[in-house]
Design a protein around this ligand. Structure first.
Ligand code: BF8
Length: 672
C-alpha cells in the first residue's frame, strides 16, 4: 500500500478536454495507453510563462532578460516600468511583436523564395520535374511584374513566346527579395486608395528581405525606442509578406502546379488505410509534396507497393502541405497541426515526410515507438535525433528524390509491429476556391465576376465576408474555437473564406460541403449556397494563400457598390486558435490592408496597454483596419459581425430593402 502511494502517475491530458474531435481523442488515449507523450500531455505539464505571455520580457541584450510585469490591478498614473537601459514596457512589447512579424514574414517569404528559385530552374529548363503548367496564370501575373506578354513584330502586335515570358517572370520575381531600389511591384495590385495610404505613411516595402532585416536592426538594443515607429516597420515587413513573399509564392505555385479549381476529397485521420502504404506529407512547400504525389501515382511504383503486400499507396497531408495538395489534387487531409504525432500513433504511418514549418521535434520520439520512417528533406530544417533520416530534396533531381522516399515507405510497409489502429472518422470536403475559380463560380462560366457576390451583399442575403484562418494551439481545446466561430458566422449569413489549419478543421467538421449550408447557415447564405452550389466555407488554400484573400477583397472593391477600399467592405478576419509567428505577420498585414482582425487566446501585447491600444484602436485611423482580441468564440464571432454591420451601415446597406412594385405614377415621381 505504502509503495503504491509512492508511484506518482504522470500528469496527462484529458482526451475529451484536449480535442473536440473524437478520432483525436481516441488516438490521444491510445498514445497515453502506450506511454507515448504528445503535445497534449506536455501542455498540461508545462505552464506558459506569464510575463512572456504579456510580451514584456526583453532578452535582446546580455544585461537582461529584463522583465516588467504589469501589476495585477493595472497601472494608475504614470507607467514607470523600465528595463536596465530604460526601455519602456511599450518599447519592449513592440520590439517582441516586431520580431514575431519578422520571423513570420521571413518564413512565408523564404518559402516563396524557394518556389521562385524552382520556378526559375523550370523556366531555364534545368529540371524535367517542374514545368509551366498554368499558362493563363503566367500571362495574368506577368504584367504585375512588368513583364510584357506581347511583342511588336513589323508593326504588328504578336503574342510573346511563353518560355521567354516565364524566364523574365522568374527573374523579376526573384529580384523582389533583394532589389536595390524601388518598391515591391505587387503593391499596385491593391486598391489605389490603400496604396496611397501606405505611400503617405512611408510604409511601402522596398524589397522583401530588407524589411525583415530592418526589423532585426531596429529591435537591437538601443535602436528604435518609439513603439509607433516600430509598428510602422511591422506594417512594412508584413506587407512585404502578404503582398510580396506570400503572394509570389501563391502565384508561382499556381503557375507551376496549376491554379486550384473545386474538387472533392476527405479529411481527418480516418483517411489512412490499414491495407495501404500510408505516406504522410507534412510541412509547407508544395515543391516537395507535388513530386511525392506524382511519384505515388506511377504504375510501376504502385506495382512495387503491391509486390510488398499493400493494396496501394495512400497519401495524406498534415498542416499547410495538406492544404496545398488538397486544393490541387484532392489528396486527403490527414489532420491539422495538433494531429501530427497522432498520425504516427495509428501505427499505420509508413513514412512521414516533412519539410519546413510547424513540424514538432517530438515527431522523432513518437516515430521511434513505431516502425515509421521520419524523413526530413529541407537543408534548413533537420532534426538532432539519430533516428531521423535526411534526404535532401533538390529541384535538379526532384523525381529521383521523391522515388527514393516513396520506395522507402513501401519497403517499410512490411515492418509494421504495433497493432494498427486508425480512428474511423473522416468527412467529405470540397476545396480549391482560388480567386479565379471563385470568380467563375459566382459569375458564370463565360463572365467571371465578383459582382454577383457584391450584389448579394448589397441585398443582404450575404451579410458580409469573413476570413477565418490560422493554427491550432495546444493551450485550448483542439478545433473547438475554429468550429464555433465559423458556425456562428455562417448562422448569421456571413460567408467564410478559410486557409491554414482552420481550413482543415472545417473540412473535418463537414463544413466544406455545399450540403452543410442547409444545416448551419442563415436563410440568406443558405439560399446562395444552394443556388450557386458552393459550401458556406470556401477553402482558399494554405497560409501563404492568405494572399488570395487580399486579392479576393480587392476584386470585391473593383466590382463596385461596396466602397473604394478594402476597409470599406463588410469584411473581418480571424485566427481563433493562433500559435505561430506567421499568424502575427498575417494579422498585421490584414490590419495594415484595412481589415478588422481578431485573434483568440491572447496577444503578446497585453502587458503594455498603451502599445496594445495603439494596435487595437489607433491603427484604424491610419489604415482602416485594427487588431482585436477575444478568447470566447461566440463573442469573437459576434465582434466580427458587429464590425460587418458597422460597415454595412456606413455603406447605407444596413436596412433590408423591400421590393416595391411601382406603378406609372410613382415612376414619374422618381424621374421628377
Ligand atoms: O502555415 S495554420 S499551425 S500549418 S502556421 Fe502552421 Fe498555423 Fe497550421 Fe500552415 Ni499556418
Amino acid at each position: 500500500m505504502a509503495d503504491e502511494k509512492k508511484v506518482k502517475k504522470p500528469k496527462v491530458a484529458d482526451p475529451v478536454k484536449a480535442s473536440m474531435d473524437v478520432g483525436t481523442q481516441e488516438m490521444l488515449a491510445r498514445a497515453q495507453a502506450l506511454d507515448i507523450e504528445t503535445i497534449f500531455d506536455r501542455s498540461v505539464k508545462m505552464k506558459p510563462c506569464n510575463i512572456g505571455l504579456q510580451g514584456i520580457c526583453c532578452k535582446n541584450c546580455a544585461m537582461g532578460p529584463c522583465r516588467v510585469p504589469l501589476p495585477k490591478g493595472g497601472i494608475e498614473g504614470e507607467d514607470t516600468r523600465k528595463g536596465l537601459c530604460g526601455a519602456t514596457a511599450n518599447t519592449i512589447a513592440a520590439r517582441n511583436f516586431a520580431r514575431m512579424v519578422a520571423a513570420g514574414a521571413a518564413a512565408h517569404s523564404d518559402h516563396g523564395r524557394c518556389v521562385a528559385e524552382v520556378f526559375l530552374s523550370a523556366a531555364r529548363k534545368e529540371t524535367d520535374a517542374y514545368k509551366i503548367k498554368d499558362v493563363n496564370k503566367l500571362l495574368a501575373i506577368a504584367p504585375h511584374l512588368g513583364v510584357a506578354t506581347t511583342v511588336e513584330v513589323d508593326g504588328e502586335t504578336q503574342d510573346r513566346n511563353i518560355d521567354e515570358i516565364a524566364l523574365e517572370v522568374g527573374e523579376k520575381a526573384l529580384n523582389e527579395w533583394g532589389k536595390a531600389e524601388g518598391e515591391l511591384l505587387y503593391l499596385k495590385r491593391a486598391p489605389e486608395l490603400l496604396y496611397e495610404k501606405w505611400k503617405a505613411q512611408g510604409a511601402l516595402p522596398r524589397n522583401i528581405d530588407r524589411e525583415i532585416v530592418e526589423i532585426m536592426h531596429r529591435t537591437h538594443m538601443g535602436v528604435d525606442q518609439d513603439y509607433k515607429n516600430i509598428t510602422k516597420q511591422c506594417t512594412r515587413a508584413s506587407l512585404a509578406d502578404g503582398w510580396g513573399g506570400s503572394m509570389l509564392a501563391t502565384d508561382l505555385q499556381d503557375v507551376l502546379f496549376g491554379t486550384p479549381y473545386p474538387l472533392q476529397a476527405e479529411a481527418n485521420l480516418g483517411v489512412m488505410k490499414e491495407d495501404h502504404v500510408n505516406i504522410i506529407v507534412h510541412g509547407h512547400e508544395p515543391v516537395l509534396s507535388e513530386m511525392i504525389v506524382a511519384m505515388s501515382q506511377k504504375p510501376e511504383i504502385l506495382e512495387y507497393a503491391k509486390s510488398k503486400g499493400a493494396k496501394g499507396i495512400q497519401l495524406g497531408g498534415i498542416c499547410c502541405t495538406a492544404n496545398e495538395i488538397f486544393q490541387r489534387h484532392g489528396v486527403p487531409q490527414a489532420g491539422t497541426f495538433l494531429q501530427q504525432e497522432l498520425a504516427i500513433v495509428t501505427g499505420a504511418c509508413d513514412a512521414m515526410v516533412v519539410d519546413i514549418q510547424c513540424v514538432f521535434q517530438n515527431l522523432a520520439n513518437v516515430a521511434e515507438c513505431f516502425h515509421t520512417k521520419l524523413i526530413t528533406t529541407h537543408p534548413i530544417a533537420k532534426m538532432e535525433q539519430d533516428s531521423v533520416l535526411h534526404i535532401e530534396f533538390d529541384e535538379h533531381h526532384a523525381l529521383e528524390d521523391a522515388e527514393k522516399i516513396v520506395r522507402m515507405a513501401i519497403d517499410n510497409f512490411q515492418n509494421r509491429e504495433q497493432e494498427v489502429m486508425i480512428p474511423p472518422y473522416k468527412a467529405s470536403a470540397v476545396g480549391g476556391f482560388s480567386v479565379e475559380s471563385t470568380q467563375y463560380h459566382l459569375g458564370g462560366t463565360f463572365r467571371g465576376t465578383y459582382y454577383t457576390l457584391n450584389d448579394n451583399i448589397i441585398n443582404g442575403r450575404i451579410r458580409g465576408v469573413a476570413g477565418v484562418v490560422g493554427c491550432n494551439n495546444a493551450r485550448t481545446r483542439h478545433n473547438e474555437a475554429h468550429i464555433k466561430v465559423v458556425k456562428e458566422l455562417i448562422k448569421n449569413d456571413v460567408i467564410v473564406l478559410t486557409t491554414g489549419c482552420n481550413g482543415i478543421a472545417c473540412a473535418m467538421e463537414g463544413l466544406l460541403t455545399p450540403e452543410s449550408a442547409a444545416v448551419y447557415c442563415g436563410p440568406g447564405l443558405s439560399e446562395i449556397c444552394e443556388t450557386v452550389g458552393i459550401p458556406p466555407v470556401l477553402h482558399m488554400g494554405s497560409c501563404v494563400d492568405n494572399s488570395r484573400l487580399l486579392l479576393a477583397a480587392t476584386e470585391v472593391v473593383k466590382a463596385g457598390g461596396l466602397g473604394n477600399d478594402i476597409c470599406d467592405l463588410p469584411l473581418a478576419g480571424s485566427a481563433p486558435e493562433w500559435l505561430s509567428e506567421q499568424a502575427i505577420s498575417i494579422g498585421h498585414y490584414f490590419v495594415s490592408s484595412g481589415v478588422y482582425t481578431i485573434f483568440g487566446l491572447h496577444l503578446p501585447t497585453s502587458g503594455a496597454p498603451v502599445f496594445h491600444d495603439y494596435l487595437s484602436k489607433e491603427m484604424e485611423n491610419i489604415y482602416g483596419g485594427k487588431w482585436d482580441l477575444e478568447a470566447d468564440p461566440i463573442k469573437h464571432a459576434q465582434l466580427m459581425i458587429a464590425h460587418i454591420d458597422k460597415k454595412r451601415a456606413a455603406l447605407g446597406i444596413d436596412k433590408a430593402r423591400d421590393r416595391v412594385l411601382m406603378d406609372m405614377a410613382s415612376r414619374q415621381a422618381l424621374d421628377a
